[in-house]
Design a protein around this ligand. Structure first.
Ligand code: CO8
Length: 259
């Protein structure tokens, strides 16, 4: 966490909410190789830092969350390097999705291509009213390559995903909300709204939040119900479970220890 980055800003508040800002506002926070490398290192350091209880990912400036992969860099890819770069980005975004602390994308403007894919790798998405989301890769002769074909399909269903991917059209926040691509739209700051939602989540049993993330991740994998039962059973042996149920029965607020 003490590490400093050229293309990212990282700050952690007193409640353990870390805000990671992609910071290339003059290029609408486009993801070049340096951003990806630094994002990879930052996610590793967040994972190892027990002080970080939740994460908000956002973009610098008022115009964009992330306007996509850096098109200048993309333009020189060939079949071998293209597959390699795609896989590298997929792995980094998967690391974000696999975090066992809650992660919210505060979508504060354009979230296009790789930017939309980054937002979809977060557990939840809160959009400001000026947000515009989309996967315009076909306009460049490409398809999404950072997991977008898979995650958009999971979020909005096959037909809508194909419509968005094949037309490449941008959707405004209200349409993104209607189809389930974003969880909430706010007329205020998306970062503030994300932090406010995280504060509510952080009041719940911490081990339960972790297990909820792990259980939902298994949805559709073939052993989702089995995993749910195992993770549920595991929670029944925690101090948080004793505290949560005890507090209810004693008509008081729980004081979770996260154990
Ligand atoms: N890459 C590089 N530079 C960008 C990008 C980008 N994706 N988006 C914006 N910029 C730069 C512009 O070139 C411009 O730079 P400069 O001032 O030096 O000319 C600066 O940011 C400001 O942008 P604009 O002047 O274009 O701002 P506008 O308000 O006029 O337009 C838009 C805003 C509509 C967002 C416009 O910038 C745009 O269309 N951007 C590109 C959007 C896009 O197509 N994104 C998808 C990229 S492809 C992708 O993400 C693939 C992901 C999977 C990769 C898999 C690995 C191989």
């Amino acid at each position: 966490m003490d590490q400093s980055y050229e293309t990212l800003l990282l700050e952690i508040d007193e409640s353990g909410i870390c805000t990671l800002t992609i910071n290339r506002p003059d290029k609408l926070n486009a993801l070049n190789n340096q951003v990806l490398e630094e994002l990879d290192a930052a996610v590793d350091s967040i994972k190892e830092n027990c002080k970080v209880k939740a994460l908000v990912i956002t973009g610098a400036g008022e115009k964009a969350f992330v306007a996509g992969a850096d098109i200048k860099e993309l333009s020189s890819l060939d079949p071998v390097t293209g597959e390699k770069v795609s896989k590298k980005g997929q792995d980094i975004f998967q690391k974000i999705e696999d975090l066992t602390i809650p992660v919210i994308a505060a979508v504060n403007g354009y979230a296009l291509g790789g930017g939309c894919e980054l937002a979809m790798a977060c557990h939840l998405r809160i959009a400001s009213e000026n947000a515009a989301l989309g996967l315009p890769e076909v306009s460049l002769g490409l398809i999404p390559g950072y997991g977008g074909t898979q995650r958009l399909t999971q979020l909005v269903g096959r037909a809508k995903a194909l419509e968005f991917i094949m037309t490449g059209r941008q959707v405004k926040a209200d349409e993104a909300f209607e189809v389930g691509l974003v969880n909430q739209i706010t007329e205020h700051s998306a970062i503030d709204e994300a932090k406010s939602m995280l504060s509510k989540i952080l009041k719940q049993g911490p081990v339960a939040i972790k297990n909820a993330l792990l259980a939902v991740k298994e949805a559709g994998s073939g052993n989702g119900y089995e995993s749910e039962a195992r993770l549920f059973g595991e929670l029944c042996g925690t101090a948080d479970f004793k505290e949560g149920t005890g507090a209810f029965l004693e008509k008081r607020k729980p004081n979770f220890s996260g154990k």
